[in-house]
Design a protein around this ligand. Structure first.
Ligand code: UDP
Ligand code: MN
Length: 266
Protein backbone atom coordinates (compact mmCIF):
# COMPACT_ATOMS: atom_id res chain seq x y z
CA UNK A 1 0.00 0.00 0.00
CA UNK A 2 1.22 3.52 -0.72
CA UNK A 3 1.81 5.53 2.45
CA UNK A 4 -0.79 8.20 3.23
CA UNK A 5 0.34 11.81 3.03
CA UNK A 6 -0.78 14.04 5.91
CA UNK A 7 -0.77 17.66 4.80
CA UNK A 8 -0.79 20.12 7.70
CA UNK A 9 -2.11 23.52 6.64
CA UNK A 10 -2.19 26.43 9.07
CA UNK A 11 -4.80 28.99 8.15
CA UNK A 12 -6.41 32.07 9.71
CA UNK A 13 -9.38 34.24 9.10
CA UNK A 14 -8.96 37.03 6.55
CA UNK A 15 -10.67 38.06 3.28
CA UNK A 16 -8.31 35.90 1.17
CA UNK A 17 -8.75 32.76 3.28
CA UNK A 18 -11.33 30.81 1.30
CA UNK A 19 -9.67 31.75 -2.00
CA UNK A 20 -6.35 30.36 -0.73
CA UNK A 21 -7.96 27.20 0.60
CA UNK A 22 -9.84 26.69 -2.67
CA UNK A 23 -6.64 26.91 -4.72
CA UNK A 24 -4.83 24.54 -2.42
CA UNK A 25 -7.74 22.08 -2.25
CA UNK A 26 -7.89 21.88 -6.02
CA UNK A 27 -4.25 20.86 -6.11
CA UNK A 28 -4.76 18.30 -3.34
CA UNK A 29 -7.71 16.83 -5.28
CA UNK A 30 -5.12 15.54 -7.74
CA UNK A 31 -3.34 13.52 -5.06
CA UNK A 32 -4.56 10.06 -4.03
CA UNK A 33 -4.33 8.72 -0.48
CA UNK A 34 -3.93 12.07 1.21
CA UNK A 35 -5.43 13.45 4.41
CA UNK A 36 -5.62 17.21 4.81
CA UNK A 37 -5.35 18.73 8.29
CA UNK A 38 -6.80 22.22 8.04
CA UNK A 39 -5.75 23.87 11.26
CA UNK A 40 -7.22 27.26 11.97
CA UNK A 41 -5.69 29.88 14.18
CA UNK A 42 -8.95 30.58 15.97
CA UNK A 43 -10.82 29.59 19.10
CA UNK A 44 -14.11 28.91 17.34
CA UNK A 45 -14.85 27.46 13.91
CA UNK A 46 -15.11 29.99 11.11
CA UNK A 47 -18.41 29.68 9.26
CA UNK A 48 -16.90 30.31 5.85
CA UNK A 49 -14.30 27.59 6.39
CA UNK A 50 -16.91 25.13 7.59
CA UNK A 51 -19.06 25.72 4.52
CA UNK A 52 -15.98 25.49 2.28
CA UNK A 53 -15.09 22.13 3.85
CA UNK A 54 -18.67 20.93 3.46
CA UNK A 55 -18.22 20.67 -0.29
CA UNK A 56 -14.50 19.91 -0.25
CA UNK A 57 -13.81 16.48 -1.72
CA UNK A 58 -10.34 16.17 -0.19
CA UNK A 59 -10.46 13.90 2.90
CA UNK A 60 -9.79 16.27 5.76
CA UNK A 61 -9.94 17.09 9.44
CA UNK A 62 -10.63 20.60 10.65
CA UNK A 63 -8.73 21.39 13.82
CA UNK A 64 -8.85 24.36 16.13
CA UNK A 65 -7.49 24.55 19.61
CA UNK A 66 -9.88 21.87 20.75
CA UNK A 67 -12.99 21.66 18.62
CA UNK A 68 -12.84 19.61 15.48
CA UNK A 69 -15.31 18.70 12.80
CA UNK A 70 -13.86 15.62 11.22
CA UNK A 71 -14.84 13.96 8.01
CA UNK A 72 -14.79 11.51 6.47
CA UNK A 73 -12.43 9.58 8.79
CA UNK A 74 -14.49 10.00 11.93
CA UNK A 75 -17.64 12.02 12.09
CA UNK A 76 -16.98 14.25 15.06
CA UNK A 77 -13.74 14.39 16.89
CA UNK A 78 -12.72 16.54 19.82
CA UNK A 79 -9.02 16.90 20.19
CA UNK A 80 -7.95 18.09 23.63
CA UNK A 81 -5.34 20.42 22.29
CA UNK A 82 -4.77 23.70 24.06
CA UNK A 83 -2.89 26.75 22.93
CA UNK A 84 0.09 27.64 25.13
CA UNK A 85 -1.41 30.18 27.58
CA UNK A 86 0.82 33.01 26.41
CA UNK A 87 -0.55 32.68 22.89
CA UNK A 88 -4.19 32.02 23.69
CA UNK A 89 -6.52 34.55 22.18
CA UNK A 90 -9.04 35.09 19.46
CA UNK A 91 -8.98 34.70 15.68
CA UNK A 92 -5.52 35.03 14.20
CA UNK A 93 -4.11 35.00 17.70
CA UNK A 94 -0.54 34.91 16.50
CA UNK A 95 -1.02 38.08 14.53
CA UNK A 96 -2.70 39.88 17.41
CA UNK A 97 -0.14 38.96 20.00
CA UNK A 98 2.90 39.64 17.86
CA UNK A 99 3.20 42.81 15.80
CA UNK A 100 5.04 43.13 12.51
CA UNK A 101 7.25 40.38 11.15
CA UNK A 102 8.17 39.24 14.62
CA UNK A 103 5.50 36.64 15.22
CA UNK A 104 5.56 32.88 14.91
CA UNK A 105 2.95 32.54 12.16
CA UNK A 106 1.24 29.20 11.97
CA UNK A 107 3.25 27.50 14.72
CA UNK A 108 0.40 26.77 17.13
CA UNK A 109 -1.64 25.40 14.23
CA UNK A 110 1.14 23.15 12.95
CA UNK A 111 1.70 21.86 16.47
CA UNK A 112 -2.02 21.11 16.84
CA UNK A 113 -1.73 19.12 13.61
CA UNK A 114 1.31 17.24 14.91
CA UNK A 115 -0.48 16.38 18.16
CA UNK A 116 -3.44 15.08 16.19
CA UNK A 117 -1.09 12.95 14.10
CA UNK A 118 0.53 11.49 17.19
CA UNK A 119 -2.87 10.24 18.28
CA UNK A 120 -4.18 9.14 14.88
CA UNK A 121 -1.37 8.03 12.59
CA UNK A 122 1.14 5.22 12.87
CA UNK A 123 2.68 5.58 9.44
CA UNK A 124 2.61 7.86 6.45
CA UNK A 125 4.25 11.13 5.49
CA UNK A 126 4.02 14.60 7.10
CA UNK A 127 4.13 17.73 4.98
CA UNK A 128 3.60 21.33 6.12
CA UNK A 129 1.71 23.23 3.44
CA UNK A 130 0.92 26.87 4.19
CA UNK A 131 -2.36 27.98 2.66
CA UNK A 132 -0.83 30.66 0.43
CA UNK A 133 1.96 28.69 -1.27
CA UNK A 134 1.79 27.13 -4.75
CA UNK A 135 2.22 23.38 -5.14
CA UNK A 136 2.82 21.28 -8.24
CA UNK A 137 0.91 18.06 -7.59
CA UNK A 138 4.09 16.14 -8.51
CA UNK A 139 5.72 17.22 -5.24
CA UNK A 140 3.32 14.84 -3.50
CA UNK A 141 4.44 11.93 -5.69
CA UNK A 142 8.00 12.77 -4.66
CA UNK A 143 7.49 13.06 -0.92
CA UNK A 144 5.50 9.84 -0.71
CA UNK A 145 8.82 7.96 -0.88
CA UNK A 146 10.24 9.70 2.20
CA UNK A 147 11.89 7.15 4.51
CA UNK A 148 13.10 9.56 7.21
CA UNK A 149 13.38 13.19 6.11
CA UNK A 150 13.38 14.41 2.51
CA UNK A 151 14.19 17.83 1.10
CA UNK A 152 13.76 19.70 -2.18
CA UNK A 153 14.01 23.24 -3.60
CA UNK A 154 11.42 25.94 -2.89
CA UNK A 155 11.04 28.79 -5.34
CA UNK A 156 10.53 32.48 -4.50
CA UNK A 157 12.33 32.40 -1.14
CA UNK A 158 14.42 35.52 -0.39
CA UNK A 159 16.14 37.61 -3.05
CA UNK A 160 18.05 34.55 -4.25
CA UNK A 161 14.77 33.36 -5.73
CA UNK A 162 15.17 29.81 -4.47
CA UNK A 163 16.10 27.96 -1.33
CA UNK A 164 17.60 24.53 -1.92
CA UNK A 165 19.82 21.88 -0.46
CA UNK A 166 23.15 21.62 -2.26
CA UNK A 167 23.53 18.10 -3.57
CA UNK A 168 26.67 16.33 -4.66
CA UNK A 169 26.96 12.65 -5.46
CA UNK A 170 23.33 12.15 -4.44
CA UNK A 171 23.96 13.51 -0.91
CA UNK A 172 23.13 16.83 0.72
CA UNK A 173 26.40 18.62 1.44
CA UNK A 174 25.08 22.09 2.26
CA UNK A 175 22.28 24.60 1.79
CA UNK A 176 21.68 27.48 -0.58
CA UNK A 177 19.45 30.05 1.08
CA UNK A 178 19.39 33.83 1.26
CA UNK A 179 19.19 33.79 5.05
CA UNK A 180 21.52 31.28 6.69
CA UNK A 181 21.50 32.97 10.12
CA UNK A 182 23.51 30.25 11.79
CA UNK A 183 20.87 27.66 11.07
CA UNK A 184 21.92 24.04 10.72
CA UNK A 185 18.99 23.51 8.33
CA UNK A 186 18.40 26.76 6.46
CA UNK A 187 15.30 25.57 4.59
CA UNK A 188 11.76 26.77 4.02
CA UNK A 189 8.72 25.23 5.73
CA UNK A 190 7.57 23.92 2.33
CA UNK A 191 10.95 22.37 1.52
CA UNK A 192 10.90 19.14 3.50
CA UNK A 193 8.78 16.13 4.41
CA UNK A 194 9.02 13.69 7.31
CA UNK A 195 8.10 10.03 7.61
CA UNK A 196 5.52 9.48 10.38
CA UNK A 197 7.20 6.36 11.79
CA UNK A 198 10.51 8.16 11.90
CA UNK A 199 8.83 11.19 13.53
CA UNK A 200 7.23 9.04 16.23
CA UNK A 201 10.49 7.18 16.84
CA UNK A 202 12.15 10.53 17.50
CA UNK A 203 9.55 11.24 20.21
CA UNK A 204 7.29 13.42 18.08
CA UNK A 205 8.85 16.86 18.66
CA UNK A 206 6.83 20.03 18.18
CA UNK A 207 7.84 23.19 16.39
CA UNK A 208 9.45 25.95 18.48
CA UNK A 209 7.88 29.40 18.88
CA UNK A 210 11.03 30.97 17.48
CA UNK A 211 10.52 33.29 14.53
CA UNK A 212 12.67 32.32 11.56
CA UNK A 213 13.98 29.23 13.31
CA UNK A 214 10.84 27.08 13.27
CA UNK A 215 12.11 24.72 10.55
CA UNK A 216 15.61 24.55 12.00
CA UNK A 217 14.38 23.83 15.53
CA UNK A 218 11.98 21.17 14.34
CA UNK A 219 14.53 19.43 12.09
CA UNK A 220 17.25 19.54 14.76
CA UNK A 221 14.84 17.89 17.19
CA UNK A 222 14.52 15.01 14.71
CA UNK A 223 18.24 14.37 15.16
CA UNK A 224 19.10 13.68 11.57
CA UNK A 225 22.36 14.44 9.81
CA UNK A 226 22.28 16.42 6.54
CA UNK A 227 23.91 13.50 4.71
CA UNK A 228 21.08 11.20 5.81
CA UNK A 229 18.41 13.47 4.30
CA UNK A 230 16.87 12.25 1.05
CA UNK A 231 17.16 14.82 -1.77
CA UNK A 232 14.07 14.76 -4.02
CA UNK A 233 12.99 16.48 -7.26
CA UNK A 234 15.78 14.95 -9.35
CA UNK A 235 18.52 15.64 -6.82
CA UNK A 236 17.05 19.06 -6.11
CA UNK A 237 17.23 20.26 -9.71
CA UNK A 238 13.48 20.93 -10.06
CA UNK A 239 11.24 23.47 -8.37
CA UNK A 240 7.86 21.93 -7.58
CA UNK A 241 6.74 24.31 -4.83
CA UNK A 242 6.85 28.08 -4.51
CA UNK A 243 6.64 30.28 -1.44
CA UNK A 244 4.11 32.62 -3.03
CA UNK A 245 2.49 35.39 -1.00
CA UNK A 246 -0.87 36.95 -1.61
CA UNK A 247 -1.31 40.71 -1.68
CA UNK A 248 -3.72 41.70 1.06
CA UNK A 249 -7.20 42.62 -0.11
CA UNK A 250 -8.17 46.25 0.22
CA UNK A 251 -8.96 47.05 3.85
CA UNK A 252 -12.07 48.74 2.44
CA UNK A 253 -13.70 45.36 1.70
CA UNK A 254 -17.23 46.02 2.88
CA UNK A 255 -20.37 43.94 2.90
CA UNK A 256 -23.53 45.54 1.49
CA UNK A 257 -26.03 46.86 4.05
CA UNK A 258 -28.16 43.90 4.99
CA UNK A 259 -31.44 45.84 5.07
CA UNK A 260 -30.99 46.86 1.44
CA UNK A 261 -30.28 43.38 0.15
CA UNK A 262 -32.82 41.07 1.71
CA UNK A 263 -34.52 38.87 -0.85
CA UNK A 264 -31.73 39.37 -3.42
CA UNK A 265 -28.63 37.36 -4.29
CA UNK A 266 -26.47 39.74 -2.24
N1 UDP B 1 -1.02 32.03 9.80
C1 UDP B 1 -1.81 31.80 10.91
N2 UDP B 1 -2.04 32.82 11.81
C2 UDP B 1 -1.54 34.08 11.64
C3 UDP B 1 -0.73 34.32 10.50
C4 UDP B 1 -0.48 33.28 9.61
O1 UDP B 1 -2.29 30.70 11.09
O2 UDP B 1 -1.81 34.94 12.47
C5 UDP B 1 -0.76 30.93 8.84
C6 UDP B 1 -1.01 31.32 7.38
O3 UDP B 1 -2.35 31.01 6.99
C7 UDP B 1 0.03 30.48 6.63
C8 UDP B 1 1.15 30.32 7.65
O4 UDP B 1 0.60 30.60 8.93
O5 UDP B 1 -0.49 29.19 6.30
C9 UDP B 1 2.31 31.26 7.38
O6 UDP B 1 1.84 32.59 7.43
P1 UDP B 1 2.19 33.66 6.29
O7 UDP B 1 1.88 33.08 4.96
O8 UDP B 1 1.52 34.95 6.65
O9 UDP B 1 3.76 33.81 6.50
P2 UDP B 1 4.89 34.05 5.41
O10 UDP B 1 4.68 33.02 4.33
O11 UDP B 1 4.67 35.41 4.90
O12 UDP B 1 6.14 33.85 6.16
MN1 MN C 1 3.00 32.54 3.30
Amino acid sequence: ATPKIYVITPTYRRPEQVAELTRLAQTLMLVPNLHWLVVEDAVAPTRRVLSFLDTCSVPHTYLLEFVVANKPLINKCYVPYRQPPSLAGRQGMASRRYKGANKPRGVSNRNAGLKWLKGHAKEGIIYFADDDNTYDYRIFQEIRETKQVSMFPVGLVTRLGVSSPIVSGGKIIGFYDGWIAGRKFPVDMAGFAVNVKFYLKKNAPLMPYNVGFEEDGFLKALKIKPEEIEPLADNCTKILVWHTRTVKSLPALKMPDSDKVTKTNL
